[in-house]
Design a protein around this ligand. Structure first.
Ligand SMILES: *Cc1c(COP(=O)(O)O)cnc(C)c1O
Length: 377
């Protein structure tokens, strides 16, 4: 929570939940990444927060962009970045979208199977491709599981196939899982990447790049290591596995770029109990929930810091829920949230570190509630 956000909220009353993003924090985050990983290009993961002002700021700072759709590419181009600063990082793409990306000038594509390589060879002949390998996501609070990537042995075949079809077998990528709290988790993936580089070199195919993915955390309730620790651990792992032939590297931070830049202001709509039993938990219903932008509370994975005007008073465990008529719209119940006993209906609460993965997850009009209102300052 910055003074700029605090002052903005006080000076500009608004009905309904809103996200306020402090662009100064995004700028600081960009510079911290550039400093912690000086030889690594930054590809901001657009899905984390595609607000035009965020994209314009990062484009102006020299960032590149990881996109997952033609629409995201158009947003990045509209923000002033050129196509040579865009990657099509989604491993699941329609062939006609690859063709459109190619027309827009995009030359860098992610793949994790030969089927996708064949689409790219047809729709974007001669393009650069990198193969994504599986990562188990351990140590991450929002793991990306097995949906993306293939085993390293298969990545060798995928890249060899790309080479044979006239594409440029450019490199290897992975994602260690989002909100990855352990900087050492890049080590195993880099060991696999180095093996793929060596195996292909023996077959006369020389890769150039390792895409280190995202995963850099935002501080929620628990402490996380600083970006410098990640830079040091990653550089150490690169030295260990690639010796003095360190390849070109890129990172794709999403959460770590914008998470701590945003605060959601919300209102308590109802506080109630389900019975007169004294031991029964209190239910606190806010005007924002899973469908208003807080989807990452799914399985209670991400626990946001919540501030009230009554902090410091005695607290009680509360079940925290959203305002919609879907029973899935309960954010914290298995592990209830401690909130002040004096909290009242109509109170404002501030949900901190909500700059990433909130606006993009908010539904269009579930129960008629509008998408999350966003302001960049
Ligand atoms: C979502 C995503 C990212 C960003 O991940 P964070 O954990 O938010 O940094 C990076 N790369 C790819 C391919 C992604 O899908």
């Amino acid at each position: 929570m910055t003074d700029r956000i605090r002052n903005y909220l006080a000076a500009t009353p608004f009905e309904g939940p809103r996200l306020v993003v402090d662009l100064d924090v995004v700028r600081d985050n960009y510079r911290s990444f550039a400093k912690a990983l000086p030889d690594t290009r930054v590809f901001y993961a657009v899905k984390a927060n595609p607000e035009p002002q965020v994209l314009q700021l990062l484009a102006g700072l020299g960032s590149c962009f990881d996109t997952a759709s033609v629409q995201e590419m158009r947003m990045v181009l509209a923000a002033g970045a050129t196509a040579d600063r865009i990657s099509f990082g989604n491993t699941v793409k329609k062939e006609r979208d690859i063709a459109t990306a190619r027309q827009l000038g995009v030359d860098l594509y992610a793949v994790d199977c030969v089927e996708e390589v064949e689409k790219i060879a047809r729709a974007a002949p001669g393009a650069k491709v990198f193969a994504r390998i599986l990562c188990d996501g351990s140590g991450a609070e929002w793991p990306l599981s097995r949906k993306f990537g293939c085993v390293p042995e298969m990545a060798v075949d995928v890249l060899e196939h790309a080479h044979r079809l006239g594409l440029i077998a450019y490199g290897v990528s992975f994602h260690v899982g989002s909100q990855q709290r352990d900087p050492k988790m890049w080590d195993g993936a880099l060991a696999s990447a180095a093996t793929i580089f060596r195996t292909l070199a023996e077959r006369g195919i020389h890769l150039s790049m390792v895409n280190l993915g995202g995963g850099f955390p935002t501080r929620y309730l628990k402490k996380v290591p600083g970006v410098r620790s990640y830079g040091e651990a990653i550089f150490g792992a690169l030295r260990k596995h690639f010796g003095n032939r360190i390849p070109e590297t890129i990172i794709e931070p999403g959460r770590g770029m914008v998470g701590n830049a945003g605060v959601i202001e919300s209102e308590v709509v109802l506080i109630s109990k389900k019975s007169n039993d004294e031991s029964e938990a209190r239910w606190v219903y806010l005007d924002i929930g899973k469908f208003g932008g807080l989807a990452e509370t799914m399985d209670e994975a991400i626990r946001y810091p919540i501030k009230t005007e009554r902090d410091g008073a005695e607290t009680v465990p509360c079940v925290l829920a959203g305002p919609t008529c879907d029973s899935a719209d309960v954010m914290y119940e298995k592990v209830p949230y401690e909130l002040p006993i004096s909290l009242e209906i109509g109170d404002r609460v501030l949900i901190e570190a909500t700059g990433a993965y909130t606006t993009t997850y908010s539904s269009v009009a579930f129960n008629g509630f509008p998408p999350l209102h966003t302001v960049c300052i």
